[in-house]
Design a protein around this ligand. Structure first.
Ligand code: SME
Length: 153
């Protein structure tokens, strides 16, 4: 976990733009964290009314949910509350929008830019309760790096 964190810090330093970092984070987390089966970023569409999350970089199977309004899904709940959401068993969460029948658990971490939610990092796992406290910290760290990069671009 520590090693992956260091690799992602290095990636942030050498990524010229937020988009490069987001692509790298998706690749790295998907490759190195064996239970992270789908990794992707949803970003708030600038100026959209009502607000809309739009799928950007991702690694994993294509999802039917490329645009998610804030009142839908775990993704919408995380973006509208500005809080990390961890769901150990997606079948028990009525907010869950299914992207793959294999998904058992999910984490969604908001990305802040100048104190406001700008998007989020969403990860699905084929394993139940795949996201413990250390995973939460790792994913939050990645979301912070992307937020910092966006603030500087
Ligand atoms: N499960 C998410 C939708 C996105 S897919 O997992 C990629 C949700 O409930 O908002």
């Amino acid at each position: 976990m520590e090693e992956v964190r260091n690799e992602i810090s290095a990636l942030a330093e050498r990524s010229p733009a937020a988009k490069d970092l987001m692509e790298g984070v998706c690749r790295q987390l998907h490759e190195r964290m064996l239970k992270y089966n789908w990794v992707g970023f949803y970003m708030l569409e600038p100026g959209a009314k009502p607000p809309m999350l739009v799928l950007e970089s991702f690694v994993g199977a294509m999802t039917p949910h490329t645009r998610i309004p804030l009142n839908q899904g775990i993704c919408g709940a995380a973006a509208s509350s500005g809080k990390t959401i961890v769901v150990d068993d997606v079948s028990k969460d009525p907010r869950y929008l299914s992207c793959s029948l294999e998904t058992k658990s999910e984490i969604v971490v908001p990305i802040f830019v100048h104190g406001k939610v700008a998007g989020e990092l969403d990860i699905d796992s084929h394993f139940p309760a795949a996201f413990g406290i250390e995973d939460q910290q790792l994913v939050q760290y990645c979301a912070e790096l992307v937020g910092n990069k966006l603030e500087r671009s």
